[in-house]
Design a protein around this ligand. Structure first.
Ligand code: NI
Length: 229
């Protein structure tokens, strides 16, 4: 199941997530949904705050195509050597920035079955692990880049969210208007049905029918007179 992805400006992305206390079927289902969500969005990693849940778990599919689930992860070692890489994030669509981070990391975590593991990673995998782990502490990659760019991007998303809120409000108002119109139409329909059963109305319709019949007969009478001439 594909979940909604939270966007920059939403509080949950800025909160420090709490540890997962129990690794059960719900957590495993959540991890599967996160893989679905990430794949649908062409991502390589997704952290729980990005689906609105402030808990310490993220999922990754790096360039080796392995599905990895990290629960309550801890980066226990980072290399001295750093490297640059252009990062993006599903919570900041259409934004990219070159970020400098340690080249290698060692991470300890639990997998989806609650089994502890230690992973030494470098390259692309190390990059994603650090990016996703940051999400669990309310840190976004733009926080690690140029502060002016971060401020500009934050402002841009704020405006985007405001526009989206305005659109949602207009849509809601339109729905309410349609509901009012539908109610009024239903009321008129009921009125019409009630009127059709009203004896006075029935009499008026009978009178109208009689008038129509008289008019028809009158035409025939006139026709007869004309015919005689
Ligand atoms: Ni991200």
């Amino acid at each position: 199941m594909v979940l909604n992805i939270t966007k920059l400006g939403e509080d949950v992305l800025r909160q420090k997530a709490t540890p997962v206390t129990e690794i059960n079927d719900d957590i495993r289902k959540l991890a599967e949904d996160m893989f679905d969500t990430m794949i649908a969005a062409n991502g390589v990693g997704l952290a729980c705050p990005q689906v609105g849940l402030s808990i310490r778990m993220f999922v990754i599919i790096a360039d080796d195509d392995v599905r990895r689930v990290f629960i309550n992860p801890q980066i226990i070692k980072t290399s001295e050597e750093t490297c640059d890489y252009e990062e993006g994030c599903l919570s900041l669509p259409q934004v990219w920035e070159v970020i400098n981070r340690p080249e290698k990391v060692t991470v300890q975590a639990l997998d989806q079955n609650g089994k502890p593991f230690t992973l030494e990673a470098d390259g692309f995998l190390a990059r994603i692990i650090q990016h996703e782990n940051d999400h669990l502490d309310g840190i976004l990659y733009i926080d690690r880049g140029d502060p002016d760019f971060a401020a500009k991007t934050t402002e841009q998303f704020k405006k985007r969210a405001e526009r989206a809120a305005e659109k949602a409000k207009a849509k809601e108002e339109e729905i309410q208007k349609q509901e009012r119109l539908a109610k009024e139409a239903k009321r008129l329909q009921e009125q019409l049905e009630a009127d059709s059963k009203d004896p006075n109305r029935v009499k008026i319709r009978e009178a109208e029918n009689t008038l129509n019949q008289i008019a028809t007969i009158s035409k025939e009478i006139n026709f007869g007179e004309c015919d005689e001439k």
